[in-house]
Design a protein around this ligand. Structure first.
Ligand code: 5GP
Ligand code: ZN
Length: 119
């Protein structure tokens, strides 16, 4: 699996820096955001280093599909109430104009009662 030695999320995948783990399997990992915007705020990442949405190819379809399908289960596990009264916001920042700071693809999952700090 390809990792980037300078990427903070690759370091999390390799356990070189700690994270508060939400979920892990052989192809993805989910952990709490270090600066949460909402009562529930975690990130889902592929273990493979993919810099952003802009690098996605057809070969990633199944992986991205499985990441998307995992969102609801993990959101519920972390305390989001069920749809439609509860739910969550899914956000994928891409590039500078998209507000992306960490260049390893990640889905933000944010939920819990409002108001939130941001978003
Ligand atoms: P972006 O702006 O790239 O979409 O979001 C990056 C997110 O990663 C930010 O919400 C930030 O708080 C989070 N983050 C940055 N560094 C770390 C870290 O070392 N650990 C964890 N858990 N989250 C991080
Ligand atoms: Zn990476």
């Amino acid at each position: 699996m390809h990792h980037d030695d300078h990427c903070i999320f690759c370091k999390i995948v390799q356990r070189h820096i700690p994270s508060k783990l939400v979920y892990e399997d052989d192809e993805m990992m989910a952990f709490h955001d270090i600066h949460p915007w909402a009562p529930v705020h975690f990130l889902i990442i592929p273990k493979e280093h993919i810099a952003s949405m802009a690098q996605l190819k057809d070969q990633h379809s199944a992986l991205l599909g499985r990441m998307m399908i995992k969102v609801d289960e993990l959101a519920r596990q972390e305390g989001c109430l069920p749809y439609p009264q509860g739910g969550y916001r899914l956000m994928v920042n891409t590039g500078d104009h998209g507000g992306q700071e960490v260049h390893h693809l990640h889905l933000h999952v944010m939920g819990g009662p409002r108001p939130w700090a941001k978003g």
